[in-house]
Design a protein around this ligand. Structure first.
Ligand code: CTP
Ligand code: MG
Length: 232
């Protein structure tokens, strides 16, 4: 039976957060931001291993308490210049621990509000084909195309448009071959690399609460989402 493993790119600098500390270590609800997604993935019964791709010079990971994650958690100090390069390097480094048909769930460290139910839904919907899939949310806002001065040129139809999230899950051999062939500088998510091979990954409706912390105000929103869950 193919296994499910998670790979978390966490080698960015978080430049848009405008903070000294890389954003994956920003304090969020009493823990480093990275620890939220890592804990959720390590606790999931279907996921056998969680690889975290860190910058080669990372000095923060070792200072965090990972004891609750047990031996599922494996840090890889091989992050690259871009997110896609970090994912590719991580896949290469984990080569001995993953077989070709195994599923890799790539999840941004910067999405701390992922829930086990999101993972369940993704895995169930993707099934056992070879195209893989990703969590995503249908676009709800009206879309405007603007000129360089911010003046509206056009209202763009939003029909069939989705916002891609993570996890994005693909079979190991499909993903590593897609990234090997892709122009890595142009790859913003795993799906875009796999799409270039002609496959049609499945969009699985996720939740807007699975937000990516990008700007300082996103931290407060993530904190609210996590606090509201604690109360339930
Ligand atoms: N990431 C990575 N390696 C890189 C760049 C990004 O592993 N060279 C990771 C980040 O740590 C993050 C995820 O990819 O978990 C999504 O990237 P993003 O939100 O853009 O984070 P940063 O690149 O760190 O932030 P910024 O773009 O604001 O600098
Ligand atoms: Mg970035």
């Amino acid at each position: 039976m193919p296994r499910y493993v998670a790979l978390i790119p966490a080698a960015g600098s978080g430049s848009r957060m405008l903070a000294e500390l890389p954003k994956q270590y920003a304090p969020l609800a009493g823990r480093p931001l990275l620890q939220h997604a890592v804990s959720t993935l390590c606790a999931h019964p279907l996921i056998s291993q969680v690889f975290v791709v860190l910058s080669p010079g990372d000095r923060h990971f070792g200072a965090c308490d990972w004891s609750a994650c047990g031996d599922k958690l494996l840090p890889l100090y091989c992050g690259g210049e871009t997110r896609a390069a970090s994912v590719f390097n991580g896949l290469l480094a984990a080569n001995n621990a993953i077989d070709g048909p195994d599923w890799v769930l790539v999840h941004d460290a910067a999405r701390p509000c992922l829930r086990a139910a999101d993972i369940d839904r993704l895995i169930a919907a993707v099934g056992d084909g070879d195209s893989g899939g990703l969590l995503a949310v249908p676009v709800a806002d009206t879309l405007k195309r603007a000129n360089a001065d911010g003046e509206v040129l056009q209202t763009a139809p939003r029909e069939h448009l989705w916002r891609a999230q993570t996890p994005q899950m693909f079979r190991y051999r499909v993903l590593i071959e897609a990234l090997r062939r892709a122009d890595i500088a142009a790859v913003t998510d795993e799906s875009s690399a796999v799409e270039q091979t002609g496959a049609r990954p499945l969009l699985v409706a996720g939740s807007g609460a699975n937000l990516k912390v990008t700007y300082p105000e996103d931290l407060a929103l993530a904190e609210l989402i996590l606090a509201q869950r604690e109360c339930r």
